[in-house]
Each structure stands twice: as C-alpha cells, then as structure tokens.
Design a protein around this ligand. Structure first.
Ligand code: ADP
Ligand code: ZN
Length: 214
C-alpha cells in the first residue's frame, strides 16, 4: 500500500505518519526529515538545500525527485509520503516513477486545517533533537519542559518554525502545493479528514477511512 499525506505545514502530517507507519507496516518518507538530516551532516546535499529550507522556500523539484528515487530504489515496503509531493511537477514525477515500477497510489489523505490554526501550531511546535518526536508547548507539552518524553534528548524550535519564516511557508503552500488537491481529487483515491482534532482522533478517523476503502 502506498499513501500520500497532503496538508499545510502544521496540519499534522508528521505526527499522523509516525503513528500510521507502525500500524500499517509502511516506510515513512518525509522529505523534510531527509533534508534536515543532510543539513545536520553538512553533506553536499545538505549545503545545497540549506538556503531554501531556512527561508521557507521549496527545494527545486528536480533535486527532490532525484534524492527520493535514489533513496527508495531498493525499498520494497509500502510507502507513506509526508511532505511530498509538494508541487504538481513532483506529483507527475511520482506518477511516472510508480508507473515504471508497476506500482500505484492507493490513497491520498488530505488533512484539512484552517490557516489560523496551522499558523498557531507552527509557532508553538518543538521537535526532539534525538528521535524527532513532535511536541506542542500549548496543546501537547512534554512532561518536563524542553526534554523529550520518549528519549530524554533536548527539544528545539526548527529554524523554519520562527515567525518570519512561517508566513512564507504558508504562502508557498497556497501557491505551489494547494493546486495538488485538484490534481488528486479527481483520482478516485482522495480522502479528507478534519485535521483540527486531537492527534488520536485524526489517526482513528484516517484508519477508518482507509479501512472503508480497502
Ligand atoms: P512542514 O510540512 O512543516 O513545512 P517539512 O519538514 O515537510 O515541513 O519541510 C520543511 C522544508 O523542507 C520545506 O519548507 C522545504 O524547504 C523543504 N522540503 C521538504 N519537502 C519538500 C519537497 N517535497 N519539495 C520541496 N521542498 C521540500
Ligand atoms: Zn526524542
């Protein structure tokens, strides 16, 4: 099974993906996490994507597609894409790649969340520097301030979760990623869930939607 999660930055794709991949035995593909890892390693790819990421712009389509195809060439598990595709061009590239592998997209899940809600969530998001677990200082704080419940490592505020960059990311989403909704709506595999609910409620809803289609 191959699933794509769609939604604005802060809509809860990462949180949902982390829960679903274990339950559905899928491989989590987060392009954001891949690029952040490369950044941390200061690899040539990391250096190439650094300025796009810190300013809230998209990494060029060609580079994103190349990195993913390399990373996934030998992967045989079903895939859960989180943060990809982000442009119609990336979606077309993914279609072509799946076709060449004799595979297809089984579900596209859109997490629908109002603009003001995602903006608030991003400003209060904290990420674990160890296991990458996602917290929210208002709605989902760790037991001990600044420390991950799961692995004990310190939490940090992502560079692109700072106020100046959040507005740009939301605009980029509207301009470049929202057109994907129309692209996939007509595909017959489009599902939509209200992403404003709690992480548990969203996961339950999405599992039910996937089951009703299986
Ligand atoms: P969020 O969904 O919270 O914005 P991500 O972790 O998915 O965060 O992405 C962070 C940044 O990484 C994006 O703002 C962009 O610069 C880059 N990025 C991630 N995925 C893609 C992609 N598919 N295409 C282009 N750029 C990407
Ligand atoms: Zn952790």
């Amino acid at each position: 099974m191959n699933i794509i999660l769609l939604g604005a930055p802060g809509s809860g794709k990462g949180t949902l993906a982390k829960g679903l991949v274990t339950k559905l035995a899928l491989f989590h593909v987060s392009t954001g996490d891949i690029f952040r890892e490369e950044l941390a390693k200061k690899s040539p790819l990391g250096q190439e994507v650094a300025s796009y990421m810190s300013s809230g712009r998209l990494v060029p389509d060609k580079l994103v597609l190349e990195v993913l195809k390399n990373r996934l060439a030998a992967e045989t598990r079903g895939l859960m894409f989180d943060g990809f595709p982000r442009t119609v061009e990336q979606a077309e590239g993914l279609d072509a790649w799946f076709t060449s592998r004799g595979q297809n997209i089984d579900a596209v899940v859109f997490l629908n969340v109002a603009d003001d809600v995602v903006a608030k969530r991003l400003g209060s998001r904290r990420t674990c520097s160890g296991c990458k677990k996602i917290y929210n200082v208002i709605s989902n704080p760790p037991a001990k301030e600044g420390v991950c419940d799961a692995c004990g490592k310190p939490l940090f505020t992502r560079e692109d979760d700072k106020a100046e960059v959040i507005a740009r990311r939301l605009q980029v989403y509207k301009d470049q990623t929202e057109p994907l909704l129309a692209y996939y709506r007509s595909s017959g595999v489009f599902l939509e869930a209200d992403g404003a609910q709690s992480p548990e409620a969203v996961e339950e809803k999405v599992l039910a939607l996937l089951k009703s289609r299986a």
